[in-house]
Design a protein around this ligand. Structure first.
Ligand code: PLP
Length: 415
């Protein structure tokens, strides 16, 4: 069970809205910092580093907060590399886990001194041709039929990512011959997973691979990147992953495989996105219209362009109606946005208190893969992003998009 609370009162949010009209995303700095500290503490037994997956919340102000807490970034595109650089994150504090990568992105990653995590064996000559083989290099492993994957990410055999097991061995021999001296391995086979066992299984799989690489081809890994995929409890009936128990369980595998085979010390990395910021971001919207036809609808000033997960995954996002937290949840609504798409619904048949036009609705767990997945279909403009700072003040960390921004790539003079 998870209690769904908001980090501000009705009066506070009304004050914020006076300055920054809805819809907007707001992130709770204090909660993000507390969460990251716990995560790092849970893996404090290891030489551990978290590389925050920029795609989850690509805002340099958020990246800077995470940097201050000791995190690096995980990037997969040129703009994400530049965002990291702007936030002061460079060198081996960047993990470049890209795929189908254009040459200029590898060149930028190499320039920044980032750790390059190659998605495919054919990228070894590609990388060599465009910028040379770096001293430190990592490969992404796809275990194929050896692992099941999970419902969100699917069967690894169907996944476009990574090297097969034989290619991992072949690839490391190849880059060693080409001068690489430091090696890492990565695998990302689960997503939004609340079951600790899947993550522990990934750790065991990679630790065993480290053992096999040493035994079979005398490659000694410097790090293992467990990647992201730790889930969050979107629904109040779900429970967050206990990070301390997870840390302990991974430690047991580390001792059984890495320490026992004399491969200690080995660094352990993660690339979590969702779990780091997801629960600490909220999409705040105002009820614009009430509609009573075959069903009852609440129409918001936010829409799926601001948070796409409910529409594309049927994902549950909890909703709080500000000021009505304790009222009986005796109405059933579809809470919808204004897109000309009938799947533009934040909630379907949701039991909520009676809602009036003008009420402020808070949509929970929008802090990762929320704003970031936004789009402009139907002429919808992206919202602002706000930071609720530790002292309770609010900072605008991204202004709302304007119609001028939307038109900026058009040249009307040629009409
Ligand atoms: C998306 C992604 C992550 C982050 O996943 P979360 O589910 O947000 O933890 C990490 N690494 C790679 C390569 C990814 O594509």
């Amino acid at each position: 069970m998870t209690e769904k609370k908001v980090p501000f009162t009705l009066e506070q949010i009304k004050e914020i809205i006076k300055k920054y009209p809805t819809p907007f995303h707001i992130y709770d700095e204090k909660a993000i910092r507390r969460n990251v500290r716990n995560f790092l503490k849970a893996f404090g037994w290891a030489r551990f580093k978290e590389y925050f997956a920029v795609k989850a919340t690509p805002n340099p102000h958020i990246l800077k907060i995470l940097k201050e807490e000791g995190c690096g970034t995980d990037c997969s595109s040129l703009p994400e590399l530049i965002l990291s650089e702007k936030a002061g994150i460079t060198g081996e504090n960047i993990m470049f886990s890209s795929n189908e990568t254009p040459a200029k992105e590898y060149i930028k990653a190499k320039e920044l001194g980032a750790i390059i995590n190659l998605d495919d064996i054919s990228h070894i000559p590609f990388l060599e041709k465009h910028c040379g083989i770096p001293e430190l290099i990592s490969f992404r492993y796809n275990p194929g039929p050896l692992r099941k994957g999970n419902p969100i990410i699917g069967d690894p055999v169907e996944s476009k990512y990574g090297y097969t097991r034989p290619q991992i061995f072949e690839g490391f021999k190849l880059v060693r011959d080409k001068g690489a001296k430091r090696f890492g391995i990565h695998s990302f086979v689960i997503s939004n997973e609340l079951n600790r066992a899947s993550y522990v299984e990934t750790a065991r799989m990679l630790f065993q691979l480290a053992v096999d690489l040493k035994k079979e081809i005398d490659i000694r890994l410097e790090f293992i990147n467990l990647s992201g995929g730790i889930g969050i409890p979107y629904h109040p009936d779900q429970t967050a992953v206990d990070l301390f128990v997870l840390g302990e369980e991974v430690k047991q595998e580390y001792e059984k495989l890495i320490v026992a085979n004399d491969l200690h010390p080995l660094k352990i990395f993660s690339e979590c996105g969702r779990m780091i910021t997801g629960p600490y971001g909220y999409l705040v919207a105002t009820a614009l219209h009430k509609k009573d036809i075959y069903k009852q609808y609440i129409g918001l000033d936010a829409n799926m362009a601001h948070l796409m997960r409910p529409a594309i995954y049927g994902a549950y996002h909890h909703i709080t109606v500000m000021g009505r937290e304790n009222a009986p949840h005796d109405h059933v609504y579809d809470v919808v946005g204004s897109l000309c798409e009938n799947n533009d619904k934040f909630a379907i048949d949701r039991k909520l208190p009676a809602i009036a036009v003008g009420d402020i609705l808070v949509i929970h767990d929008a802090g990762a893969h929320g704003f970031a997945m936004g789009f402009n279909y139907n002429g919808k403009l992206r919202s602002a992003e706000l930071l609720l700072k530790e002292d309770g003040s609010v900072e605008l960390i991204r202004r709302a998009e304007t119609i001028e921004d939307y038109f900026a790539t058009l040249d009307f003079s040629k009409l």
